[in-house]
Design a protein around this ligand. Structure first.
Ligand SMILES: [Zn+2]
Ligand SMILES: [Zn+2]
Length: 389
């Protein structure tokens, strides 16, 4: 595959300036999940200009899009996914500006090989990874089922990291209803909804000792009353519940819900539990595909690929239950960086970031070329996917 590297480098040079400009534009105009109108437009205009068949407002998700290329000669169907949502107050602290553009860069370079070898290429814009991940809706609608592979590469610190697992996650909201009363005059006539929430936190804190080490339960009090002299008649808590495997997560969710039910009983409140965001599945990395990508990173002279614990969650997990998928990482900094921080956002427009981005683009394109040209490899990837199901 090494023979392709020179021509890929020359090809990427044509787009480098534009990619850099788009990256800085998104860095300076960060948009929250499902509000990424400017970013989505930027992608759609650029894809149109470069010969892709573009669907805006894809699946009636206003900031989603699909850019399709090829399909003239039969062959594998490759999906590259873009994210472009930012975080409140810290902007692109997860680097989704450069993340999406890495997939765009790889799509632009892959076109030529789709012309040559056949197959179809899709760049899919997937909004709101940080909150109501659109990949969940898209997965549920079955749009990923047709793909030979789906790939996305996320920015990180210090070196390339392999695609591993991510945690399954459910977002639970506990709504406690009580009755107001004067907190000093006749508190005995009230039912304190905030007690429901406090009991919930205490029960969950007791539960922690009996959970798997890899589990995470973390919450906030999103509503806790209006003023101290009124017994709160409404209080609310939001939690994320995570575990490494979907099955463990579902068991843990039931235990956490029981903490809420007990809290309602002991406080005399009424309780409603709901999902306030979509649930994310665990990431199941296709090892065969992942090894090909890693090999294509290493042939660029990168010696070591690191491995993380796979903590945190992503809606790419849902995609990985639908088709063979990877979610590796490329470096945007030589220094330590904390995810979801202003420093991380700053690093996303650094020279180091563009270096890592180019390496990831070459990794994706070379992997794409192998998918388009090696039937045996495709079969192996598909078999692994079927066996894991
Ligand atoms: Zn993030
Ligand atoms: Zn992210």
């Amino acid at each position: 595959m090494k023979k392709y590297l020179n021509e890929l480098e020359m090809e990427l040079n044509k787009y480098k300036k534009d990619l850099k400009e788009m990256n800085e534009y998104m860095y300076n105009n960060p948009e929250l999940g499902n509000e990424e109108y400017k970013s989505a437009k930027l992608y759609c205009d650029y894809l149109n200009k470069n010969g892709f068949n573009v669907t805006e407002n894809y699946l009636n998700i206003p900031t989603a899009f699909e850019g399709k290329y090829g399909g003239i000669k039969p062959g594998p169907k490759i999906a590259l996914l873009a994210e472009y949502d930012a975080l409140p107050e810290i902007g692109h602290g997860c680097g989704h500006n450069i993340l999406g553009l890495t997939s765009l860069g790889a799509s632009l370079l892959l076109k030529k090989y789709i012309d040559e070898f056949g197959g179809e290429l899709y760049l899919i814009g997937t909004p709101a990874e940080e909150t109501n991940g659109a990949k969940v809706t898209m997965s549920d609608l079955g749009i990923f089922d047709k793909f030979t592979v789906a790939m996305i590469v996320h920015p990180t610190e210090k070196g390339h990291h392999r695609s591993t697992t991510s945690q399954a996650m459910e977002a639970l909201k506990f709504k406690f209803k009580g009755k107001t009363a004067h907190a000093a005059g006749d508190p005995y006539n009230g039912i304190n909804a905030l007690d429901g929430v406090l009991n919930l936190f205490n029960s969950i804190n007791a539960l922690r000792q009996q959970t798997l080490d890899s589990s995470r339960i973390h919450g906030i009090i999103s509503k806790g009353g209006t003023t101290p002299n009124i017994i709160p008649d409404y209080a609310e808590a939001k939690f994320y519940v995570r575990a490494n495997k979907l099955k463990d997560m579902l068991e843990l969710v039931e235990k956490v819900k029981n903490c809420g039910r007990g809290a309602a009983l002991s406080s005399g409140t009424e309780l409603e539990i709901e999902n306030y965001e979509f649930s994310f599945y665990d990431m199941v990395t296709n090892k065969t595909l992942s090894e090909v990508y890693e090999k294509n990173i290493k042939i660029q002279g990168i010696e070591e690929i690191y491995e993380d614990e796979g903590l945190g969650s992503t809606d790419m997990g849902n995609v990985s239950h639908r088709c063979p998928a990877i979610h590796p990482y490329f470096p945007i900094s030589k220094e330590n960086l904390t995810g979801h921080s202003i420093d991380f956002a700053k690093a996303s427009i650094s020279e180091e970031a563009y270096k890592g981005m180019a390496e990831a683009i070459y990794g994706l394109v070379l992997t794409g070329i192998e998918i388009l040209t090696n039937e045996k490899l495709v079969e192996k990837i598909q078999n692994e996917f079927k066996n894991k199901k």
